[in-house]
Design a protein around this ligand. Structure first.
Ligand code: PHE
Ligand code: ZN
Length: 881
């Protein structure tokens, strides 16, 4: 047990720093065991709040010297403990503070601060990693101009990088050399970066709209240069798009990206020097899937967009994290929607929101988009801050429209460029610039939980009116027993019996306008009445998913069947199909449990037939339409006493029945969607492959076994990773010889490629075959796995725990025990990644009694373990609370 409870940090305790740092000069002499950092800070008392003792953050540092205005301080002039360096007496006004410290990158397994990734020195400072490099005011509102001199052995580290522009470089005695970088933009320490090592690079240039020439460079481990082309093109598209869509130009002479293989997250937006998980840079047709290409494009864009939303305007404190993350996710979503299919992107984003954010918001870890308390900030890089945060920006965008939104954003940049801002600043700028009152809307930032909207529609044929009565409720969440009503924008349409949208005329309006209207639900209950509705319509509710809510209505199964054939809103057309299929699956789960009769539900197969026959339909969208909801999605909808085995059985049976019903159509499209010519990752070809592989996903399970051959042939004939992995993924779920053969062939082909090996690991970990758990256990000892690399952990353990519902939740609790054991093992090495893995237990209360007790036992085991990190302690204790 821990001796003392870690203390929570509270939003309401925010106070500006007592001192300001104007400039920082760092000299970093790289050494694997003891890197020496000499830091020189030009500081002054903060006129706003100043004076008193100076408390600098610092962790895992060895302090060698402190100098004040050039004079070495005697050790009794300051105090050091494991977390701070405190200097009680300081001169009034300006002073220079120097420290000399050492840190050990080689021993740094937590991958925060300065560490070594396959022999490359690299840093990760967000959120609080800079304090592991030197003593500092490690908080985002402390902004300074950085100059960084890096010294290293030229053989070990021929390339030396930091933020900003290169100002000097040269050789030193005994095989050493140096480089000096200067970043003119004041920035918080979390945006600092340093990279050094043996690196190759590719280069390009970009001319900004005002004519500034920017050098673009992507650095990779030598040998990987041929996998950077797509990332580089995506970067240029991002730069152009931000100019056109938001009027934002790049501001330094050089923009650099470094790809590393050991990284806790996806990527990091350090000023002028983004550091990426190499999974989101490296791509070649034979090694990366269409999905990988799409993620690369999106993440390159995301990090690039941070240059304005995050870097030029940064966050005052970590409670404001959504200010940069939610907004930047919204921006990257819009970018992808412009580059690819908007409808498919929306479907993917809502899928992600429902699979990751909703469970978080409805479980023990629920927190507001702007939290008001945390124990460990690294635990708050969550789906709520990112994805729900983006939804809040999207709602404002929906409410005011694109032009006014842009005005609001322009004002935000104009007012806060160079500042550390708050959510209030953002809302004020949007409210002033876009001319909208966001007073009530602001509740979205402080109230946690997913609001539920209940809609009941009624047609009055005598009066020719259609009435929608809407009620919003939001269940209690930890620390928030009651909620005030939200401002919820709900786009609706009325679809007539002919399948066409009706023109909408609300009560009190002279004439109809628009066929989709955004209704403002601001009260607990509200009624909206449409006039001149000549025939009974079917309402299409929450078109485009205009608000992050769950919706229930009095629509019947036949209404969904109608909408999935007719809705002009592509999102809702997909949604109707999903609702129909979920309803069927949930009924069949119940039937399996009670021995009742199962339904075959031919309407879904009928819909598939129509979708496949529609030559005008975008294949990528068609692929989305024909997929069944996942087992996790069904579990989430059932919500309590979830029986994972019944869900698995119901879904498998339905999938086989559908395959049998429409096999000829599936086969026809499977043939027709074959892409000829050389591989291109563009959305069009990717869409064809997605549809073709979705067809294969059904056909492979035909009861006559003919699909297995087909999948094996697909595997053998694949000339790109998308097709190869699609076939392997299908075969991995079927207990046949072809499975073994394909896994072996794949291994032999790709054992030298660490990124492709991650796919090989996760396909086995997510296999629904009963052997999955034993396979995971043995793969833990396979040379392709190491617990020290976060990508390996995510590929093998996290994917088992979060994407293999039926096996992770094995009735005997063996899946839980394995994951809990790995959380503890990992915690000693990398608390951030361990705490994230532990998130797999967050929905434990929704399962049946036996599993609840097995899961809570593992959570208690972890919470009670000796010496666990703050990260894991916070997740374990809150999950159990
Ligand atoms: N700020 C990064 C992003 O979203 C995420 C990140 C957080 C990376 C913390 C590393 C550490 O773009
Ligand atoms: Zn981000």
């Amino acid at each position: 047990m821990r001796t003392e409870e870690p203390r929570a940090v509270l939003l309401k305790d925010y106070a500006p720093p007592a001192y300001l740092i104007d400039t920082v000069s760092l000299e970093v002499e790289l050494d694997p065991a003891a890197t020496r950092v000499h830091s020189k800070l030009k500081m002054r008392t903060n006129p706003a709040s100043g004076g008193g003792p100076l408390v600098l953050d610092g962790e895992k540092l060895t302090l060698h010297e402190v100098r004040l205005n050039g004079e070495t301080l005697s050790p009794n002039a300051y105090q050091v403990d494991g977390r701070h360096l405190t200097i009680p007496d300081l001169p009034a006004g300006e002073f220079t503070l120097e420290t000399v410290t050492t840190c050990g990158p080689e021993a740094n397994t937590a991958l925060t601060g300065l560490y070594l990734s396959s022999g490359i020195y690299c840093t990760q400072c967000e959120a609080q990693g800079f304090r592991r490099i030197t003593y500092y005011l490690d908080r985002p509102d402390a902004m300074a101009v950085f100059t960084t001199r890096i010294v290293a052995d030229e053989k070990v580290a021929p390339v030396l990088l930091s933020n900003g522009n290169l100002v000097k470089e040269g050789k030193l005695a005994s095989g050493k050399h140096f480089a000096e970088w200067h970043d003119p933009f004041p920035k918080p320490a979390y945006l600092f970066a340093l990279v050094a090592g043996r690196l190759g690079h590719v280069e390009d240039k970009f001319v900004t709209k005002s004519g500034r020439k920017v050098t673009l460079r992507i650095f990779v481990e030598p040998g990987n240069e041929d996998r950077c082309a797509y990332a580089l093109e995506a970067l240029k598209r991002s730069m152009r798009w931000d100019e056109e869509a938001f009027g934002r130009e790049y501001d330094l002479d050089i923009f650099m990206i470094v790809a590393v293989s050991s990284f806790n997250m996806g990527a990091m937006e350090n000023k002028g020097l983004n550091v990426f998980n190499d999974k989101y840079i490296l791509a070649r047709p034979d090694t990366a899937t269409d999905t990988d290409y799409a993620s690369i494009e999106a993440i390159i864009a995301h990090e690039y967009f941070h240059n304005w939303t995050g870097n030029r305007v940064t966050c005052r404190d970590w409670f404001q994290l959504c200010l940069k993350e939610g907004l930047t996710v919204f921006r990257d979503q819009e970018f992808t929607s412009d580059m690819r299919s908007r409808a498919v992107k929306r479907i993917a984003d809502v899928r992600l929101l429902r699979s990751h954010q909703f469970p978080e918001d409805q479980g023990p870890l629920a927190h507001p988009v702007r939290p008001d308390s945390y124990i460990e900030i690294n635990n708050f890089y969550t789906a709520t801050v990112y994805e729900k945060g983006a939804e809040l920006c999207r709602m404002i965008h929906t409410l005011v429209g694109p032009k006014r939104f842009r005005k609001g954003m322009d004002l935000y940049f104009e007012r806060h460029d160079g500042e550390a801002a708050t959510v209030e600043d953002f809302l004020q700028a949007l409210s002033d610039g876009a001319k909208i009152d966001l007073t009530q809307f602001k509740r979205w930032y402080s109230q946690s939980g997913t609001p539920e909207v209940l809609v009941s529609g009624r047609y009055d044929s005598a009066r020719e009116t259609y009435t929608l009565k809407m009620t919003q409720v939001c269940a209690a969440t930890p620390g928030q027993p009651v909620k005030e009503p939200y401002h919820i924008p709900i786009a609706v349409g009325l679809v007539g019996p002919d399948g066409k949208d009706m023109a909408l005329q609300l009560d009190g309006e002279e004439k109809p306008h628009a066929k989709t209207r955004v209704l403002n639900l601001t009260e607990r209950t509200q009624t909206f009445r449409f006039r001149n509705v000549a025939e009974k319509p079917v309402p299409s509710l929450l078109r485009g998913f205009t608000a992050p809510v769950t919706l229930s209505s009095n629509l019947k199964e036949r209404d969904y069947v109608f909408l999935m054939a007719n809705d002009s809103d592509p999102f809702n057309r997909w949604e109707a199909a999903q609702r129909y299929a979920s309803g069927l699956l949930i009924a069949n789960v119940e039937a399996i449990r009670t021995g009742g009769k199962r339904r075959r539900g031919t309407a879904f197969a009928e819909m598939i037939r129509k979708v496949l026959a529609d030559k005008k339909l975008d294949p990528d969208f068609a692929a989305q339409m024909i997929l069944l909801p996942s087992e996790q999605a069904i579990a989430q909808m059932i919500g309590k006493d979830v029986d994972v085995d019944a869900i698995h059985e119901a879904r498998e049976t339905l999938r086989i029945a559908i395959a049998a019903d429409v096999r000829d159509d599936l086969k026809r499209i499977y043939e027709r969607m074959k892409v000829d010519g050389p591989y291109s990752p563009d959305a069009e070809d990717a869409g064809r492959r997605a549809l073709r592989n979705a067809c294969l996903g059904y056909l492979a399970f035909l009861p006559d076994g003919s699909g297995v051959e087909m999948a094996a042939a697909h595997f053998d004939g694949a000339d790109n990773m998308t097709d190869q992995i699609a076939a392997l993924g299908v075969l991995a779920n079927i207990d046949v010889q072809e499975r073994t053969r394909a896994l072996e062939t794949f291994y032999e082909q790709w054992k030298g490629d660490h990124l492709v090996m991650d796919k090989w690991l996760s396909i086995q970990a997510t296999s629904s075959l009963p052997r999955a758990l034993d396979d995971v256990k043995s793969l833990l000892h396979h040379p392709a796995f190491t617990i020290r690399n976060p990508n390996k952990v995510r590929a093998l353990i996290t994917s088992f725990a979060t994407a293999n519902q039926v096996r992770f939740h094995a009735a005997d609790g063996a899946g839980y025990a394995l994951v809990a054991e790995k959380v503890l093992e990992l915690d000693a090495l990398n608390p951030q990644v361990a705490a994230r893995l532990l998130g797999a237990f967050k929905s434990w209360r929704q399962f049946d009694r036996k599993r609840r007790s097995l899961m809570s036992r593992q959570l208690e085991r972890i919470a009670g373990a000796e010496g666990i990190s703050r990260d894991v302690y916070e997740i374990a204790s809150k999950t159990l609370a």
